[in-house]
Design a binder for this molecule. Structure first.
Ligand code: ZN
Length: 372
């Protein structure tokens, strides 16, 4: 194509202006100048180039034109598929890639190109959700993504209904058994600041999570009571005995410096081995909690701690902020914050089960009954 710059006119200019306007870069313009490359057009082109990392010259050459074409696609505008030799490119692909990544499908960095990796991730998603696994992002995939998207960003009151909707589209938590491990207890209060103890906080969190799980018909057990403690060996043995599917160990951190703060989640890693599902769960927990609480993201780490090593199922340990940090302390003593944490943990666990196992649909039907 001929590069278009200020002063140019014609249908190509009109097309460029239309694309700029659809991106919100060109405001209401005079229809008489709709095919004129005027000052406003040049400014919009410069903005676009800057935003996209194209060299900013205000001229629409091949690269800028291709960028404009890619940018105007929104997820759902067209069916996306892997066509070798003629790869589909666009911002709708970026949107799809981001959503698949968010759900835990590994496809590297979102690059806006629907290549073999994106097709494979789409296929995996389809398999997990009981859709035809053709690797094509059409109406079925879009519908499934929409249902999940609402749940992920949705408000609290809709929680149960949304979980029910999601469960109807895939495997779920019902029939699973969770062991919740409130850290410390009894003679061991854990980190203590004033009269606030880690043992009391983890107990309170465990009860909140247990309540939410039972409202959904999910079985859970706690590794200790409100006033007693147990060794980590005993807690791990308990989880093994009851045949837990998952162990969530809850702790609150403490440090000599009041500046230490933030949230970290740990999974089993020792020597040559590590728990893949444990790591995935740790990742989901960390992401859900960071997004919901505003705690500093101190990331996910592999450890060979007793509770992680001796349990035979995926186990993660969450260190929910530092009681010794004034900011984290203020959050932890707020019951609403602890509700938010319980909710985040529940969603993380639910998300772990979405893309795996294939529970019978009879289990799925029970959620609306429980929720009503
Ligand atoms: Zn602790």
């Amino acid at each position: 194509m001929q590069p278009l710059s200020r002063g140019a006119t014609g249908s190509a200019v009109a097309e460029v202006r239309r694309m700029l306007a659809s991106l919100g870069l060109l405001g209401n313009n005079d229809p008489r100048s709709s095919d004129v490359f005027d000052d406003a057009t040049e400014l919009a082109v410069r903005h676009f180039q800057q935003r996209r990392g194209i060299s900013v010259d205000g001229v629409v050459g091949p690269e800028t034109f291709a960028g404009l074409t890619d940018a105007h696609w929104r997820l759902g505008d067209r069916v996306l598929a892997h066509i070798p030799g003629q790869l589909m490119v666009g911002d709708d692909v970026v949107e799809l890639q981001n959503q698949l990544l968010e759900l835990g499908y590994n496809l590297g960095r979102p690059d806006g190109v629907f290549g073999a990796t994106t097709a494979e991730a789409t296929r995996a998603f389809q398999r997990d959700y009981g859709l035809v696994a053709d690797g094509i992002c059409g109406p079925g995939v879009l519908r499934a993504l929409r249902q999940l998207g609402r749940r992920v960003v949705g408000g609290r009151p809709q929680m149960l209904r949304e979980l029910a909707a999601v469960s109807a589209s895939g495997p779920n938590l019902l029939g699973k058994r969770l062991v919740i491990d409130p850290g410390h207890g009894g003679d061991d209060p854990g980190t203590t600041v004033g009269d606030v103890t880690e043992a009391d906080l983890t107990w309170d969190l465990a009860k909140r999570l247990e309540g939410r799980l039972s409202a959904l018909g999910v079985r859970s057990s706690l590794t200790r009571g409100p006033h007693n403690g147990a060794t980590d060996e005993a807690r791990a043995a308990f989880a093994n005995e009851v045949g837990a599917d998952i162990v969530l160990s809850l702790h609150v951190d403490g440090f000599s410096s009041p500046r230490a703060n933030g949230l970290a989640t740990y999974f089993f890693e020792g020597g040559e081995t590590s728990s893949t599902i444990g790591e995935r769960l740790a990742d989901l927990v960390q992401r859900e909690l960071v997004a919901r609480t505003g705690l500093l993201d101190a990331r996910v780490h592999g450890k060979s701690w007793t509770m992680l090593r001796l349990t035979r199922m995926p186990a993660v340990r969450v260190e929910l902020g530092y009681l010794t940090s004034a900011d984290d302390y203020a959050r932890l003593v707020d019951p609403q914050f602890r509700d938010t944490v319980a909710e985040g943990l529940l969603v993380a666990v639910q998300r772990l089960y979405l893309p795996t196992a294939d529970d019978p649909p009879t289990g799925v039907m029970r959620i609306p009954a429980v929720a009503s």
